[in-house]
Design a protein around this ligand. Structure first.
Ligand SMILES: [Zn+2]
Length: 340
């Protein structure tokens, strides 16, 4: 078989998927949260597999340091600092125009999560932080949705399929997130591109298996590609788990993990959360004309240079300040320009 009608032929030939599995994938709506290394590989694989709808969420813009492993992006995305959500959408449309993509260039929070996740059947984790993972775990447990956990740093990573209807949640095994200041990140420890591809490939396979009714992974699967270590870690449901046992959804209620000023994974960028109601970017552009340099506006953000920092103000009021890892300097620059 050739031509566009053969697009899914090799996948339908798999006894594990077949015509009925392909139909299930076509009907599915999957959220990929974070479009960095893991998320961009997963979104690519899921679009090629023919998932009907993809909800794409990322708060960052493409940087040159991303190109080593974030496979949806190319040099011009980094040169123009395109938002990852926008760049991913352009690329995924070229890969598979049949997939309906919903784009969100935001920092996922307990406030915007409910509307963004409307109608989603499964969540794939492409995040770089535990606050968002615990928020996703709360949401998945509350709404009984499968959530494929994935994490990678250095040469190793881990995948788990969390299926709240039948098994443990993330917090049954890890009741609290690790101390963020102690946990290695891809900016502090680096990350091996092939390790990303393996972990994201496995997470995507888990998503496909769950959607077509296959048997998903039990517990956590750990890989270290450099040391050739591969092992499974059992996970069992804890009846006293705060989340799936007691159904206390602190992250979803905003009691924990509320947004704060942070240095982005990838480095040299500070994110400052929205302080008040979202700004009118057109009015803000007028206000800043003549006081800052390199002022420009796109559909996603207003961008300018001030004190040698590349400043992006998003439509939701969030700001990214590129060229520093000093939160105090970032807040000063924002106060001098946008106002505090
Ligand atoms: Zn639990």
């Amino acid at each position: 078989m050739t031509g566009p009608s053969s697009r899914y032929d090799r996948q339908i030939r798999l006894a594990e998927i077949g015509e009925s599995g392909q139909q299930a994938l076509r009907k599915a709506k999957v959220a990929v949260v974070g479009l960095g290394a893991l998320g961009s590989v997963a979104a690519d694989l899921l679009a090629r597999a023919g998932i009907g709808e993809l909800v794409l969420i990322d708060r960052d813009v493409v940087d040159w340091s991303n190109l080593q492993r974030q496979m949806l992006y190319v040099e011009k995305d980094a040169a123009n600092a395109v938002s990852k959500a926008d760049a991913a959408l352009q690329r995924l449309r070229q890969i598979n125009s049949e997939v309906r993509c919903h784009l969100h260039a935001v920092d996922l929070s307990h406030q915007n999560l409910i509307s963004i996740m409307q109608g989603v059947d499964l969540i794939v984790d492409g995040t770089d932080n535990f606050a968002t993972r615990y928020l996703l775990n709360d949401y998945a447990v509350k709404h009984q949705l499968p959530y494929v956990y994935a994490g990678v740093v250095s040469t190793y990573g881990m995948v788990a399929s969390i299926q709240p209807q039948s098994g443990p949640c993330l917090r049954c095994t890890y009741p609290e997130p690790p101390d963020a200041s102690q946990a290695p990140t891809c900016s502090s420890a680096g990350v091996l591109g092939p390790a990303v591809a393996v972990i994201a490939g496995m997470a995507s396979a888990e998503a496909i298996k769950i959607l077509v009714g296959g048997e998903a992974l039990h517990g956590f699967q750990y890989f270290d590609l450099w040391r050739n270590q591969f092992h499974a870690m059992k996970a069992t449901r804890d009846e006293n788990c705060c989340c799936c046992g007691k159904r206390e959804f602190d992250w979803l209620l905003g009691k924990q993990g509320s947004p704060e000023t942070q240095i982005m994974c990838g480095g040299n960028t500070v994110q400052i959360p929205a302080q008040k109601s979202p700004p009118d970017l057109v009015q803000l552009e007028e206000k800043l004309t003549g006081t800052v340099t390199a002022l420009s506006r796109s559909t996603q953000f207003l961008r300018f240079t001030h004190r040698n920092l590349d400043v992006l103000i998003f439509a939701d009021g969030r700001a990214l300040l590129r060229g520093t890892e000093d939160p105090a300097l970032a807040r000063t620059v924002l106060a001098e320009t946008v106002g505090s």
